[in-house]
Ligand binder design. Structure first.
Ligand code: SF4
Length: 548
């Protein structure tokens, strides 16, 4: 008998994990897996104050669920697999080629993949249809949009049908008047003439169809747009809203671009360029923007300024909303940005005032998103409160020099590009970690850069903010990007600040986890996450919160 075996359960020290670990390796497990499993069991036991029986401790891992169990809902459903020929999947290889004007997009909330993406898609189709020969257009009788997968499951809560119709009648996301979308919500029977050459076709919300939520789709956010002549199809295109307002279609090939001056596919490579050239991540990103897109520094700055100004504007308009404003939808959620801001300013301690104000800025921009007003994808609509909160706080409150904010926007973009390149920005693919988690990581990089932190600190701050969002699910109540999304933006902003606080105060070289490792974990967690937690509103808060 070993020393351990003669200790009775009630005599054990609850903080000593050793008694929980079986000494025999069960059949079917290799040593490494066994040690890891035992460590997890021990940690869980210590945290929960629970112990497991010998039978439970030595049991082999559970067998995969049978199809019958899945059908009965007794086991997790597998996540919707992404088609390997989507560019968003293929781009996992090669250098990052994304540019700021593709990444930061202005458009109507509340969701980049459910409003901005679908609107860009129908606007794209409208332009294609307008180019058809006159004799073909003369036969056209109808335009029809079919929404599938997550677009169908939660599209109603996002106003996807209104965004899709707006694109179809020739409105662009960046310039659409939000009042047009509000008008569609208030008077859903409106009919609009769409001019295609000499032909005019009437369209209304009835032409946007919520179709199958489950099926063999290439992407969870799939939609088709058709131009019909009676039952004959004159033009049809299948599209995918792949996250962050990015779109693809069947047969999509990415636009030809110039090579980046400093090619990188990982944070390690990006930082090596910065460090070897004795410059910053922001300057490397600027050089790449100029070489990939063929733009001058002034042109890149002008675009980044436009985005900074739009972020400041969204916080200002959110703070200016009356305290008793109620957001659209069945939740009847009261806006609280203005109250939180006003009361935070009266807090006794400066740190409390700072945290309260930062939260209020994020709430303000996120509530604007909930209203369907114009927001900026950074990286998505659901997370549209996080980056503006830090931009507003640094620029308008702390009066940090605008050039530092521009640099921060470029470093933040690098973080977002890498997450898109190796993981995802789409909640339908990866849950909320891919939205708020990436936004928080970007905001941490922005803050560190704005305060002239060395490249390693920028990386560490971004890593830390992302790490502490891993596993976060997407479960919007009633399919509306309000609960938990609006408060989640405030938490994302505060976590970004915390991440910068830790990264700038720790000994940077001792930071144990690097950014690339955390992005790998983000991708793996996204793959393993149950599909119910990927913007379907089938589980989590979406199920537990009772609306009355
Ligand atoms: S829970 Fe997160 S990912 Fe899901 S809609 Fe809300 S903000 Fe977006």
């Amino acid at each position: 008998m070993s020393k351990r075996e003669d200790v009775r359960d009630d005599d054990r020290d609850p903080l000593d994990p050793a008694p929980q670990v079986p000494s025999e390796i069960p059949a079917g497990l290799d040593r490494r897996k066994f040690i890891m499993r035992s460590a997890v069991i021990s940690a869980a036991a210590v945290m929960n104050g629970c112990t497991r029986s010998e039978t439970e401790r030595t049991a082999p891992p559970p067998a995969p669920a049978s199809e019958a169990e899945r059908v009965q809902g007794l086991a997790p459903k597998p996540a919707v697999p992404l088609s390997a020929d989507l560019d968003v999947v293929k781009k996992e290889k090669g250098p990052v080629m994304t540019t700021v004007d593709e990444f930061y997009k202005v458009g109507p909330g509340p969701s980049s993949s459910h409003t901005i993406g679908p609107m860009r898609i129908t606007y794209d189709f409208y332009q294609r249809a307008a180019k058809l020969p006159a004799d073909k257009l003369a036969k056209a009788t109808k335009l029809q949009v079919n929404l599938f997968g997550s677009l169908s499951a939660t599209g109603k809560g996002h106003g996807t049908e209104r965004a899709a119709l707006a694109g179809l009648v020739g409105k662009e996301p960046a310039t659409v008047d939000p009042k047009f979308l509000d008008g569609l919500r208030d008077k859903p029977d409106q009919v609009f003439p769409v001019k295609l050459g000499d032909k005019s076709i009437d369209v209304s919300l009835k032409d946007v169809i919520y179709d199958a939520t489950k099926g063999d789709f290439k992407h969870p956010n799939t939609m088709t747009v058709k131009l019909l002549a009676g039952n004959d199809v004159l033009l049809e295109q299948e599209y995918y809203s792949v996250g962050g307002g990015f779109i693809e279609w069947k047969g999509y090939t990415p636009p030809k671009k110039n090579q980046p001056k400093y090619p990188f596919a990982t944070m390690k490579e990006l930082r090596a360029h910065a460090d070897n050239n004795k410059t910053t991540i922001a300057k490397i990103m600027l050089a790449n923007e100029m070489s990939i897109a063929g733009r001058s520094e002034e042109e890149v700055n002008a675009f980044v300024d436009k985005i900074i100004n739009a972020m400041v504007a969204t916080v200002k308009s959110g703070l200016a909303m009356p305290e008793d404003d109620v957001l659209p939808g069945p939740i009847k959620l009261h806006s609280k940005a203005a109250s939180v801001y006003k009361r935070a300013l009266d807090d006794k301690y400066e740190s409390d005032r700072g945290i309260g104000a930062l939260s209020a800025f994020a709430l303000a921009a996120s509530e604007e998103n909930g209203r369907g007003h114009l927001v900026i994808t950074a990286p998505t609509g659901g997370s549209a409160g996080v980056m503006p909160s830090l931009v507003y706080g640094l620029l308008e409150v702390r009066k940090v020099d605008r050039q530092k904010i521009r640099d921060g926007m470029l470093a933040a973009a690098a973080v977002g590009y890498l997450c898109k390149h190796h993981a995802t920005l789409s909640a339908a693919e990866g849950g909320c970690q891919a939205e708020i988690g990436v936004a928080s990581s970007m905001a941490a990089a922005l803050t560190a850069t704005a305060y002239d932190a060395p490249s390693l600190v920028v990386e560490n701050a971004a890593e830390s903010a992302l790490e502490h969002h891993l596993g976060m699910t997407c479960d919007p109540v009633a399919g509306y990007v309000q609960v938990p999304c609006i408060e989640r933006c405030a938490f994302g902003a505060v976590k970004a600040w915390t991440a910068y606080g830790i990264a700038s105060n720790e000994i940077a070289s001792r930071h144990r986890v690097n950014f690339d490792e955390t992005v790998t974990a983000l991708a793996q967690t996204a793959k393993d996450m149950n599909s119910k937690y990927k913007e379907t509103s089938e589980a989590g808060l979406a199920q537990s919160v009772v609306l009355c």
